[in-house]
Write a protein that binds this ligand. Structure first.
Ligand SMILES: [Mn+2]
Length: 330
């Protein structure tokens, strides 16, 4: 197989970034390692070349990723964007997905740029400048492509944040999006001084005890359905309370179900007690988790997707809804 050349960065993107002086970065709601790692790298690289960069976050994120925000200007979500000459959606392609009620377009002023690798349907394609490649493993890979095209050598910390972003979105280089491009980018970053062992420590070690206690409860709840092809774990507010944990501590729990022999779809159902039940999905080929999530109004990637079950008041109800729909996808 010959290597497919990655699509080039559109010249308008380079021009916009070259001219912008004050930039707002908006990662997706409940940012993960890819969103936060990419945001850190982009913010550090742009600040390094004299730009002012603010970052605004919505939802919650794993405490173990908070170090990625150190030294950055993290602000409350602005009501007014006029102070900026560029707004960048990162690992996200729609303002609606920031889950700021009613925000679907920028009020006025600055151009919008999208840097994302999630598949996009036509009607979602916002008026913006796009650096979009659904074949990229991660937004981290795209940010590296962008910085390389800008001929910038970002600080070591930025490179390490990008290595973390790629490792995070590929299940530490184990999932089917671990393409040659992902590995080549990782190799560039390691060659530039980024340390994989440190990334591993941040992503896979150093967790609080409460996370393991919560994992124990998730494991206790694990059930198999449809001849062992579907694994479902569910967490209720009482589980969080008993473990002294928060929902952000559940990062990657859904992988455990998928590791079972015979399982082609794993679901983690999370009721945070705040009136919203969220379901994370992980699949093995040929199961399309994104298509199943789509029937609930969610989305994501083929093997990693999620949705909010708006009709479920409890985790049990969400499990029942999932069981009613999942079989035809298995
Ligand atoms: Mn991503």
């Amino acid at each position: 197989m010959t290597a497919q050349a990655a699509p080039a960065v559109p010249p308008q993107i380079l021009e916009l970034l070259g001219q912008a002086r004050h930039i707002l970065i908006l990662p997706h709601n409940n940012p993960d390692g890819d969103a936060l790692g990419s945001a850190r790298a982009l913010a550090l690289a742009l600040a390094d070349s004299g730009r002012r960069v603010d970052l605004s976050l919505t939802g919650s994120w794993a405490q173990s990723l908070s170090f990625l925000l150190e030294g950055l200007s993290v602000i409350d979500f602005p009501n007014d964007f006029s102070a900026y000459d560029l707004v960048t959606l990162l690992d996200c392609h729609s303002l609606a997905r920031l889950e700021r009620i009613g925000l679907t377009a920028l009020p006025a002023g600055p151009p919008l740029m999208v840097i994302d690798h999630h598949p996009v349907s036509g009607e979602e394609k916002a008026e913006a400048f796009w650096l979009h490649d659904p074949a990229a493993s991660s937004t981290g890979e795209l940010v590296w492509r962008l910085l390389s095209a800008l001929d910038q050598s970002p600080p070591l910390e930025a490179k390490e944040a990008l290595l973390l972003a790629i490792a995070s979105d590929t299940g530490f280089f184990s999932q089917n999006n671990t393409t040659a491009g992902a590995l080549r980018t990782a190799a560039d970053l390691v060659e530039g001084g980024a340390r994989l062992e440190r990334v591993h420590r941040h992503l896979r070690e150093g967790f609080p005890l409460r996370r393991l206690k919560l994992m124990g409860r998730a494991l206790d709840s694990l059930e198999l359905y449809f001849d062992g092809r579907l694994a479902v774990a569910a967490l209720a507010p009482a589980d969080l309370k008993a473990a002294g944990a928060v929902m952000a501590d559940t990062e990657e729990f859904v992988e455990i179900g998928r590791s079972l022999a015979g399982v082609s779809l794993s679901a983690l159902v999370k009721d945070d007690g705040l009136g919203r039940v969220r379901v994370s999905l992980r699949s093995r080929e040929p199961v399309n988790a994104s298509a199943l999530a789509g029937t609930f109004g969610g989305g994501g990637h083929r093997q990693a997707a999620a949705y909010n079950d708006h009709l479920a008041a409890t985790a049990e109800e969400a499990v029942a809804h999932l069981l009613a729909r999942a079989e035809s996808f298995l």
